[in-house]
Design a protein around this ligand. Structure first.
Ligand code: HXC
Length: 513
């Protein structure tokens, strides 16, 4: 009896974390506690805690009197939609969720288990960083985690959810993982905070502006998914999990109910504007192809000129990359290339076939782009596609110009199939620019140069502003009608389901990082 009581007391102490007052403070800030978050993230009653009684061993700065079972991080396993998941949740009520040697060891142990058992790991971050009283051992705890993040990359999906502070070197674990979620107003990430920024650069900036969810969603691209509160955020994490496999050796789950509204087959014909220079939203095309309401966009607020996300075709997960004519005419630039390259890498790591919907006028010109390395960043996307061995198909709906044509999963870059709509224009550049260059002398010596230019533009367009030159060469496998697209893709991805392609043996490639 006495022994049972002892266990109950220990459990209670661990469950209470930093105590009622700190829990209230957490709630008053609009944040849930570490335990409440786990409960919402996982299936009902599925959580099993590991290491609830672990305590730190530090004896300096009064820490010997502040031993709280669990040491500021709750670790364990459970399920999401019935599939195993490992989760750690930092408890800000215990020494600010700061990372001690033992706190780090708990996370590392969990990561090792996730790797051995081939299941995703989700980290709920809410921490004041390295436990200052512990010094270097807490720092090396971070390095232990970074090492494992890197080794686990491409083996099991790793997801970071930022639900409070995440500062200093602590930011590097989330950035090594596959997806970052952030909560507006209550979470922030930065390498150095507003005070240091003010001292060094004399800039005055709030935590939210420097490293809040919106900043990282729109400016840096560090944040893939933004939520307005903890509850919404955890719901979004569950949704994402439903699209991805458990590990690099499995495929994503297929839902039991598959719906497709047949009217979309007609609607898809109406999406492209008459005028080839008019914008439209590429998401409309995506929605007409994939199963109803299945498109889940990733990185929605970053590099809006390219859209990436997961969708389903007859229940099977697909990674979709689409140029977005509604933003910057869908050009490729540095951010778009980085965004899409990272997404392609994720899909290829985890056996998710790739679908590219292409309408791209080229790369964005300018000193800003050139000086900041569009050459290297554009190459990332090339590399990601060229190295991907999952089934990959491109559908060219309208423009496919120049280098951007090559980059966007072209046939000779190793795509399995390239389809084009009759409206496709596959050429080195648009007809107007092409005519200006190749008929320069003829245009300038003509009696009416503008008329001549128009005439030559029409001549070039007649020859190249269509998919047929490419189809004649077999660079386009088939010219299809928009309304044929979904069925063509279903049949094609089915045909490619057992695709097996091996890369040349090497230690690893040298991706243009
Ligand atoms: C130990 C910490 C702590 C830390 C917070 N606490 N951060 N204890 N180590 N890193 C404790 C506080 O003493 C306090 O204890 C409780 O957590 C809550 O903190 P408050 O300051 O009261 O909360 P709040 O006002 O909300 O401010 C949160 C905060 C602030 C902005 C995170 O606590 C803060 O600035 N902390 C230090 C951040 C930092 O510089 N960390 C080191 C980063 S460098 P009581 O007992 O009063 O409740 C780093 C290097 C990693 O992490 C390198 C890896 C390569």
């Amino acid at each position: 009896m006495e022994k049972t009581k002892q266990l109950i007391e220990k459990r209670l102490l661990s469950t209470l974390g930093g105590g009622e007052n700190r829990i209230k403070k957490q709630h008053d800030q609009g944040k849930l506690t570490a335990r409440e978050r786990i409960t919402l993230l996982l299936d009902d009653s599925s959580f099993h805690e590991l290491g609830a009684l672990v305590e730190h061993r530090a004896t300096t700065f009064g820490l010997e009197n502040q031993r709280i079972p669990g040491d500021g991080v709750i670790t364990g396993f459970g399920t999401i939609f019935g599939r195993p998941i490992y989760v750690f949740s930092q408890d800000f009520t215990v020494l600010g969720g700061s990372l001690s040697e033992t706190h780090a060891a708990k996370i590392c142990r969990l990561m090792d288990m996730a790797m051995k058992n081939g299941a995703p790991i989700i980290g709920l971050n809410d921490s004041g960083g390295a436990r200052i009283q512990e010094g270097v051992v807490s720092l090396s705890g971070y390095a232990d985690i970074f090492f494992r993040n890197t080794r686990a990359s491409g083996v099991i999906p790793q997801i970071s959810v930022i639900m409070g502070p995440c500062a200093g070197g602590a930011v590097y674990s989330p950035s090594l993982t596959d997806f970052v979620f952030m909560v507006e107003e209550t979470s922030y990430m930065f390498v150095t905070g507003p005070n240091v920024v003010k001292t060094v650069t004399h800039e005055e900036v709030s935590s939210e502006d420097l490293g809040g969810a919106k900043t990282h969603a729109e400016k840096s691209g560090v944040n893939h998914f933004t939520a307005s509160n903890d509850v919404e955020c955890l719901k979004k994490v569950r949704e994402l999990i439903s699209y991805i496999p458990q590990n690099a050796y499995e495929t994503a789950p297929v839902p039991s109910v598959i719906e497709f509204t047949s009217a979309k087959t007609n609607y898809i014909k109406e999406i492209l504007p008459e005028n080839v220079n008019m914008p439209y939203d590429c998401r409309k095309i995506i929605d007409c192809i994939v199963d109803d309401l299945s498109f889940k966009e990733v990185h929605i607020d970053f590099a809006k000129n390219i859209v990436v996300g997961f969708g389903r075709l007859e229940g099977k997960s697909l990674g979709i990359v689409a140029n977005q004519p509604a933003s910057l005419a869908g050009v490729l630039d540095i951010d778009a290339s980085r965004k899409a390259a990272r997404f392609v890498r994720f899909c290829d790591s985890f056996n998710i076939p790739l679908l590219v919907i292409e309408d791209v006028p080229g790369f964005l010109p300018g000193t800003d782009q050139e000086w900041n390395g569009i050459i290297t960043h554009g190459a990332k996307l090339l590399y990601a596609f060229a190295e991907a061995t999952v089934p990959r198909i491109t559908v060219i709906t309208r423009k496919a110009y120049g280098g951007a044509y090559c980059v966007m999963n072209s046939k000779t870059l190793g795509a399995d199939l390239n389809f084009a709509w009759p409206t496709a224009e596959i050429a080195v550049m648009g007809a107007k620019g092409a005519a200006e260059i190749i008929f320069k002398k003829e245009i300038s010596s003509a009696e009416n140069p503008s008329e001549k230019w128009l005439e030559k533009e029409a001549e070039y367009a007649e020859l190249f502003a269509n998919p047929y030159r490419a189809a004649e060469r077999g660079i386009i496998d088939e010219v299809i009608l928009p309304e044929e697209t979904r069925n063509k893709l279903i049949a094609s991805f089915k045909m490619l389901e057992k695709k097996a392609e091996n890369l040349p043996h090497k230690k690893h490639g040298n991706i243009p990082l």
